[in-house]
Design a protein around this ligand. Structure first.
Ligand code: HEM
Length: 521
């Protein structure tokens, strides 16, 4: 250890010991006391005893600081720009260099901004967060599932999220791709092992399992290149057709700068993919594309599964969503997708599901270079691990009321006059600011982000850039699903599912078995 390292360490000890927290139980600190399964319980007890900021030693050189106060969390998430080195390592190990999921903010800033413009601009302007072709594809799958029998929420959600993200990134070619099932399986195998292999600060070259894992990652890269190739061919072909219909001879990007989306709403150009990976690394291409597929599929599948589980456990909520869909669609002349902005109860159910069960137990940050001075007067020393126990924050009675632990979409609705805040955020041609008259009277959707304790997509400098896309896409999907099918719990599958970490995300397990019953509409 060199001299500067030693000075840093002494500062960490000196400043860290001024923070409130339990005494260090051993040389290894608290690292052996909590695992990912009981981390929230452990932090809950520590916050009860020591207040809203708690420090824990994870060993002689690692200080963890957990923050539970919403105002301090907000400040911290804006000020602490870096992610933990292990997060960046997990993505780098699996997918190669990435300019989107690296731990240093400096490395991701530019790509984040340009991708956010794509995700939140063109994609949402068209109010076509997911194309009808994906919904058709999911519906077809339900028909084949019904022919076979039952399915569980988890596997249905996984396939669905995969179709959603795949067709958004790769266009129509993805839905017809013969390797889609293999791709999905590979991605899930990688998800099972990613955190384990990233927990080694030096890759364990001596372990056979590690090389097996690297093989899976290489196969995923080859398949990603294959689908990108097909996506480009598809695009060129459709351009050729379009040009020959127009009597033009020129093909390629010059004619397609505005054609990121086809008429069906799918991004059929390779501009989006080029935007994702740019000229990142010729030896390890597609790092960001694979990273987005990985993160997007796992988190979206988690939320879809979570909503499905709620709908089968609370049939009264499903009935209410169905009434809202029918009411909105009956009285509206707009296209199906635009109607989503008027389905306030459905959107509130999506928010409530995300509040009730976030993708993971912790948001994490660090500030490698300098100390973090918070307005409360507290200084978090450079190099500390900063965490937000989201489950605790999103279930806290002082932010969410006495019924914080209940599943209640109404907490995001109010009876005041006005339109949905989503409609105001994403202006749609011809959209009026109507409110939906559900059985309880007109309901207005509140912006969930006004509550600092709503954090399923993080917040601040490293917040999720897929939030609006995920919410609108998932709502679009459920609007079709619930309109055409009643989703019921398979008799005998009444176990009480509990939040459990599985494939890098929190899921309600055991996953209930469900049946789709076609409605007469
Ligand atoms: C239900 C679906 C999703 C959930 C719950 C979710 C959740 C999250 C969370 C909690 C973070 C960390 C935020 C923070 O630390 O403050 C994150 C980061 C991120 N998300 Fe998502 N996400 C979802 C879907 C997506 C999708 C569909 C995309 C893109 C297609 C996406 C792109 C990203 C990116 C690029 C980051 C990394 C930001 C950074 O490190 O700077 N997410 N997401």
């Amino acid at each position: 250890m060199d001299f500067t390292h030693l000075i840093k360490l002494v500062k960490l000890w000196a400043k860290g010991s001024k923070l409130p927290g339990p005494p260090c139980p051993s040389f290894y600190g608290h690292s052996r006391l909590f695992s990912s399964e009981n981390i929230t319980d452990f932090l809950s007890k520590s916050h009860e005893k020591y207040g809203s900021i708690v420090r824990l030693w994870l060993g002689p050189t690692q200080l963890l600081v957990s923050i539970k106060d919403p105002a301090v969390i907000k400040e911290m998430l804006v000020k602490a720009e870096d992610k933990l080195p292990s997060t960046g390592r997990a993505f780098r190990l699996a997918f190669g260099r990435s300019s989107l999921f690296a731990s240093s903010f400096e490395k991701v800033q530019k790509r984040r901004e340009s991708l956010a413009v794509q995700m939140n601009g063109k994609l949402l302007e068209r109010a076509n967060a997911i194309p009808s072709k994906v919904v058709d594809c999911v519906m077809e799958r339900i028909d084949s599932i019904m022919a076979k029998g039952v399915v569980d929420c988890r596997s249905f959600s996984q396939h669905t999220a995969f179709s959603m993200l795949g067709s958004t990134l790769f266009g129509d070619a993805f839905l017809a791709w013969s390797n889609a099932a293999v791709y999905e399986e590979l991605l899930m195998k990688i998800a099972k092992e990613a955190c384990y292999w990233a927990s080694y600060s030096i890759p364990p070259f001596w372990k056979r399992g590690f090389w097996r894992y690297k093989c899976l990652c290489t196969r995923l890269r080859c398949l990603t290149q294959d689908i990108i190739q097909q996506c480009r061919q598809n695009h060129k072909f459709s351009q050729l057709n379009q040009n020959s219909c127009n009597g033009a001879t020129k093909i390629g990007r010059e004619t397609a700068t505005d054609a990121v989306f086809s008429s069906g709403g799918v991004m059929e150009d390779d501009l989006f993919l080029a935007e994702l990976d740019g000229r990142l690394n010729k030896n390890e291409p597609c790092g960001n594309t694979m990273g987005v597929m990985f993160h997007g599929c796992l988190t979206t599948a988690g939320l879809i599964g979570n909503i499905l589980t709620r709908l089968v456990m609370h049939p009264e909520i499903q009935d209410k969503i169905y009434s809202e869909i029918m009411m909105v669609r009956k009285r509206s002349t707009k296209s199906e997708v635009q109607n989503i902005y008027e389905m306030n109860f459905l959107l509130a159910t999506v928010y409530e599901s995300a509040r009730h069960l976030p993708a993971g137990p912790l948001l994490q940050r660090c500030s490698q270079g300098q100390d973090l001075n918070l307005k409360t007067g507290i200084t978090v020393p450079a190099g500390s691990i900063l965490v937000v126990p989201i489950q605790l924050v999103q279930m806290d009675g002082s932010s969410w009321g006495n019924d914080a632990s209940e599943f209640n979409p109404h907490r995001f609705l109010s009876k005041a006059d006005g339109g949905s805040y989503l409609e105001q955020m994403v202006p749609i041609a011809g959209a009026t600011r109507e409110v939906v008259d559900c059985t309880d009277g007109p309901l207005v959707l509140n912006d969930p982000n006004v509550n600092d304790s709503f954090l399923p997509f993080g917040s601040g400098k490293r917040a999720c850039i897929g939030q609006k896309f995920a919410i609108l896409g998932i709502a679009t999907l459920f609007a079709s699903l619930v309109q055409h099918y009643e989703i019921r719990l398979q008799p005998g599958s009444e176990d009480d599912p509990k939040p459990t970490m599985n494939n890098c995300v929190l899921q309600l397990l055991p996953s209930p078995k469900i049946v789709f019953v076609k409605r007469n509409c």
